[in-house]
Design a protein around this ligand. Sequence first.
Ligand SMILES: NC(=O)c1ccc[n+]([C@@H]2O[C@H](COP(=O)([O-])OP(=O)(O)OC[C@H]3O[C@@H](n4cnc5c(N)ncnc54)[C@H](OP(=O)(O)O)[C@@H]3O)[C@@H](O)[C@H]2O)c1
Length: 213
Amino acid sequence: MKVFELPKRTFKFFVAIHPLFVSLIQLRVLYILIILLGNKQKNMHVIIYLASSANGMISNQRNVPDWLSPEYGQGFMAICQQTKAVIMGKTTYNILAPGYLPLKDEGALVVLTHDTKLPPAQPNVLFTDQSPQAIIAMLESKGYKEAVIIGGTQTVSEFFKAGLVNEIRLVIEPALFDGSLPLLKDVNRDFKLSLSGVKQLNANTVELDYFVN
Ligand SMILES: NC(=O)c1ccc[n+]([C@@H]2O[C@H](COP(=O)([O-])OP(=O)(O)OC[C@H]3O[C@@H](n4cnc5c(N)ncnc54)[C@H](OP(=O)(O)O)[C@@H]3O)[C@@H](O)[C@H]2O)c1
């Protein structure tokens, strides 16, 4: 019965090596999990929300915010409440803290600074000197799906430079400033945008929404 001996041996062979197949399947499952987790970070939606003069400046030389409309303020509060994850530079934090921070006792207020040992104005303030990538990964690990960057120029530029910005919402106020702070600085590259919305907020102010390509 030599005819059946070969399949029998073959069967024994497969029984002997079946743990190898099990390991291969486990490896494949692990690989898929790694891919899924790796893609997760790319799902974080990062929005810049800024007020700008008609010539692209985000601050006047006097550094007094008397040119900002109430509608910009309302939009600012609304987007911070929506994302619950707010990123800003230390200079912007110094302007807002303690009385005007856009989140009170919930969410995360991430402040870029080299002085990370400073006492925070409230418990949800996190001072960090981490890279933009590490900040986004940290927020994502805490379950946030989107984050808003509220300024200023240095902070916005760092996130643009790192290629982490998905969307920019610009509230264009009716003013022109000479020699003040531009929206981007030292980024050394161009960005193409796609217009996703235009809203007239009052008689003189418009909001332009763009996706970053
Ligand atoms: N128009 C608007 O919508 C709007 C919104 C917000 C702010 N603003 C204006 O923007 C101006 C502030 O902008 P800005 O560019 O001067 O400052 P900023 O981005 O608010 O803050 C800059 C500071 O953030 C810290 N920082 C930035 N990158 C860092 C990094 N990679 N690691 C560690 N720390 C880092 C540094 O703080 P340390 O020096 O503590 O290390 C740096 O001095 C203000 O005049 C404000 O009025 C306008």
